[in-house]
Design a protein around this ligand. Structure first.
Ligand code: G6Q
Length: 546
């Protein structure tokens, strides 16, 4: 029987500590502790984390590290790396870390050295990507591929799309990457109007090769292709990434053109596997290898650094501090890098699908809140939209700022402006503006006393709003790999602290079956006895319009 987090001694100590800590002001913490930045920052795998602008002190961190020890972070981490079947509801190992392990390492799971399997697939991905990129892989008209269309959804979509966008500076100039995920035909239709069948390569990416959206889009893409090319041309234009060889063959793709992965790779952790094929095609295999190496460097850090210097552990503990003690219901991700525009959406799945759970590993109801809502957008865009709420709203929402010190472009002035905004926002969240400061500003503008009185409450900022800042020298394949692995491990640590299985997703599985009945009723015979009046009414309106 698991121990509920509420009964953990360190959790209870944190509750008493919080009774004090909730009154602290970040301004005071900085004034009282000049070395705060140095003392509350950590470096790993070419990433730097400043966590000094958080409502915590040394005692808070010591108690949080005690909580981590009490909840067994270290043995659980070691069990994951060792390939133990920690995904208990699906009876699977969790080994995305093996996907980025060097060739000369060895890890046996069910009598197989999975590292050798991983590298055997990488050894097939390399020549394939080289042929496509060099122009040796030809479409049916004898021309090189110009457009690559990844058809996949969820974990078979968000990671590759995010990484292709993040690393677009490394992209091959001839290849345009496209991602089709939605079952809404508008998604595929819009794309098919743009691409030339002679020079388009489709990647059908699905771990199960049964997901409705992906299969429907794959069949429609094949039908479209066959109005241009012949069935014998299909192998030049369709490849698959999956764990399900039979279904790939049944679809009509030769297993020779299939890049496999394994059931121990969760969808949202699969970017490192053959699901990353679009990334390897876009940026080239050597760069893809750098991406894997960046992830591996973070793995090494996570495995070996003491908890007190362990970046994913620190990030996770701070998240739990806000979620379980300050009752924060959400976490905002603010990458100050346009190329990381898909990163908040990627993290949304990683975090919320992993830890959006209400029961513990043993099936008992959780006694404390689990995953917050994760959301965000790139800076500076967010500043002109929802940052108002972050500054002055009634909820305190922690923010993770992410920035690269060097730009990926040569436009004068832009990068200093970007970084200035990033640092200024975290400073403003931390300091706020007191009523006295707001009044002094208005007095300096010679405003009337009446106007100052009226406006002072509106121009006051409470401050004391926490944030982390993650910096990298530049956004490269390696630093992106380290960043993704950092958040993967943060998610893992929080899952262990809360006691949930971070690696199943029964809510997603439910969605995969729910629509099937109604779909047959929209096009076939309605079954009103199955539904309530609302659902029946909606079905009737849709049938009438069809
Ligand atoms: C991820 C989830 C889910 C999954 C998609 C696609 O962890 O399991 O997002 O990736 O439902 O599944 P397939 O790859 O099997 O099509």
């Amino acid at each position: 029987m698991r121990q509920p987090i509420l009964t953990a001694a360190a959790f209870q100590a944190l509750q008493s500590h919080h009774a004090d800590a909730r009154h602290w002001q970040l301004r005071d913490l900085f004034n009282e502790h000049p070395a705060r930045f140095a003392d509350f920052s950590v470096e790993a795998a070419d990433l730097f984390l400043d966590y000094s602008k958080n409502r915590l002190n040394d005692t808070t961190m010591q108690l949080l590290f005690s909580l981590a020890r009490e909840r067994g972070i270290e043995p659980r981490r070691d069990a994951m790396f060792a390939g133990e079947k920690i995904n208990t509801t699906e009876r699977r190992a969790v080994l995305h870390t093996a996907l980025r392990a060097p060739r000369d390492t060895m890890l046996r799971v069910d009598e197989r050295n999975v590292i050798a399997d991983v590298h055997a697939v990488l050894d097939r991905i390399q020549p394939f990507t080289e042929r496509v990129r060099s122009g040796l892989w030809l479409g049916y008209g004898g021309k090189a591929i110009t457009d690559i269309v990844n058809i996949g959804i969820g974990g078979s979509y968000l990671g590759p799309k995010m990484a292709c966008q993040a690393l677009r500076a490394y992209a091959h100039p001839r290849l345009t990457m496209h991602f089709v995920s939605n079952v809404d035909g508008n998604d595929l239709d819009a794309l098919l109007q743009k691409v030339n069948p002679e020079t388009t390569l489709f990647i059908i990416a699905s771990k199960t090769f049964t997901t409705l959206e992906t299969m429907m889009n794959a069949h429609s893409a094949r039908t479209w292709f066959l109005t241009h090319g012949a069935a014998t041309d299909l192998p030049k234009h369709f490849v698959a990434v999956s764990t399900n060889t039979d279904a790939v063959r049944a679809f009509g793709i030769d297993p020779e053109n299939m890049f496999p992965f394994w059931d121990w790779v969760g969808g949202r952790y699969s970017i490192w596997s053959a699901i990353g094929l679009p990334v390897a095609l876009a940026i080239g295999f050597d760069n893809f290898r750098q991406f894997l190496a960046g992830g591996h460097a973070m793995d090494q850090h996570f495995r070996s650094a003491p908890l007190e210097q362990n970046m994913p552990v620190i990030l996770a503990l701070i998240g739990v501090w806000y979620r379980n003690f300050f009752d924060s219901t959400s976490l905002s991700i603010a990458p100050y890098h346009q190329d990381l525009s898909d990163f908040p959406g990627y993290l949304q799945q990683l975090d919320m699908e992993s830890n959006g759970k209400r029961v513990a590993v043993d099936g008992t109801a959780l006694d404390a809140a689990s995953c917050p809502v994760v959301w965000g957008d790139v800076g500076t865009n967010g500043q002109h939209a929802y940052f108002q709420l972050l500054h002055q709203g009634t909820d305190v929402i922690p923010v993770d700022f992410i920035a690269a010190l060097k730009p990926g472009h040569g436009l004068a002035g832009h990068h200093a402006a970007l970084l200035a905004n990033c640092f200024a926002q975290s400073e403003a969240f931390m300091r706020g503006k007191t009523s006295g400061e707001a009044r002094a500003e208005m007095q300096a503008q010679h405003m009337t006393a009446a106007d100052i009185d009226a406006l002072a409450p509106h121009k006051t900022f409470p401050g004391n709003r926490p944030s982390n800042t993650i910096l990298m020298d530049a956004l490269t394949p390696a630093t992106l790999g380290a960043l993704v692995a950092l958040y993967e491990h943060k998610t893992f640590v929080q899952g262990v602290l809360w006691g949930v299985n971070s690696f199943d997703q029964w809510g997603v599985e439910l969605g995969k079956v729910l629509a099937k009945n109604i779909q047959s009723e929209l096009t076939g015979v309605p079954q009103p006895d199955r539904h309530d009046s609302s659902t029946n009414g909606l079905i009737a309106r849709a049938r009438a319009a069809m």
